[in-house]
Write a protein that binds this ligand. Structure first.
Ligand code: ADP
Ligand code: ZN
Length: 293
């Protein structure tokens, strides 16, 4: 099978041609401009590749309700040119093939669940700490939906007593994204994250917030694997700090040996390197095709 994938991001569109085994044959990336500019360029690329299905892991929020008249749209995105744009319909009308669609982070969770960290696992979560915080959840090989889709980057956390930074989320005073994503680091310390590597207090506070959220995800979703990534997690000292604080927060309540004895293999960076999102998109395409067979 030949399947296309798009990891649709706010700054760039990462595209690939692959197959049902998770092998990628060709890649293509273009900047995200307006839909009028970007979508025709993407369609031209995929038209030349005789793909049987296309999967899209998309920045959001997005409408994933199949029964909704606006299924396939980007909804309240801060990227105004894309707000209410129906990306699924655009590709369906042009390519006339099955289109799989989900959030970018659900796509990444799916990629890791099928071909990476979470092979043979029931419950896998993928957390990206970058410009924002996104959390994807994959249960039994399928992305988790519900009323909308998980938005666990906005989970509320307890503020550190010494933290006077007000947070940057316009919706919440003390959510993880507002206090711990890249712009929060920059807002609090007046320098970009990558310039602060040597400042221990920066990463101590960062780990304090991330570990609270991860603890809550463990208690809620009982994940078999937790994949943590995004620009901020390129600070390698964060991994041991987060693991240590998660163990403290759990207080010995969840006694599974994967946590108690092997947390270094439980909270991990992606196994698929930079590819969980694009491979997840290809899997979304495969799942859409499978439904039609
Ligand atoms: P996006 O979330 O937009 O897809 P990234 O995951 O690359 O993009 O995250 C970008 C954010 O991560 C920025 O706020 C940036 O300052 C921060 N960041 C990037 N690299 C590092 C690093 N090495 N250390 C700390 N923060 C970083
Ligand atoms: Zn928030």
């Amino acid at each position: 099978m030949i399947i296309g994938g798009i990891e649709a991001g706010g700054t760039k569109m990462v595209c690939a041609i692959g197959n049902e085994k998770g092998e990628i044959h060709k890649r293509f990336t273009i900047p995200t401009e307006s839909p009028e500019v970007t979508i025709p360029a993407l369609i031209r690329f995929f038209e030349n590749e005789s793909i049987e299905a296309l999967g899209i892991g998309c920045f959001g929020p997005i409408d994933l309700d199949i029964s909704s008249p606006t299924y396939g749209s980007i909804t309240s995105s801060p990227k105004l040119a894309w707000r209410n744009f129906n990306i699924v319909k655009a590709f369906q009308d042009a390519l006339k093939i099955p289109i799989g669609f989900d959030t970018d982070v659900n796509g990444a969770a799916l990629g890791e669940a099928v071909w990476g960290a979470g092979k043979d696992c029931e419950s896998v979560i993928y957390i990206t700490i970058g410009t924002g915080v996104g959390v994807g959840v994959c249960i039994n090989g399928l992305p988790l939906h519900g009323l909308v889709h998980p938005e666990a980057g906005h989970i509320l956390v307890t503020r550190h007593q010494q933290d006077t930074y007000e947070g940057f989320c316009p919706y919440h005073d003390n959510c993880l994204e507002g206090l711990a994503a890249g712009p929060a680091i920059e807002g609090r310390w007046r320098q970009k994250g990558h310039e602060l590597s040597e400042r221990d207090e920066v990463w101590e506070l960062e780990a304090f917030y991330i570990a609270q959220a991860v603890t809550n995800y463990i208690l809620t979703l009982s994940p078999n694997k937790i994949v943590l990534w995004g620009g901020v997690m390129h600070q390698p000292q964060l991994f041991p700090a987060v693991r240590e604080k998660v163990l403290q927060n759990l207080g010995g309540y969840i006694r599974h040996e994967d946590i108690m004895k092997d947390i270094d293999n439980y909270i991990i960076p992606p196994i698929l390197g930079e590819d969980p999102g694009i491979l997840g998109a290809i899997r979304l395409g495969y799942l859409a095709l499978e439904k039609t067979l």
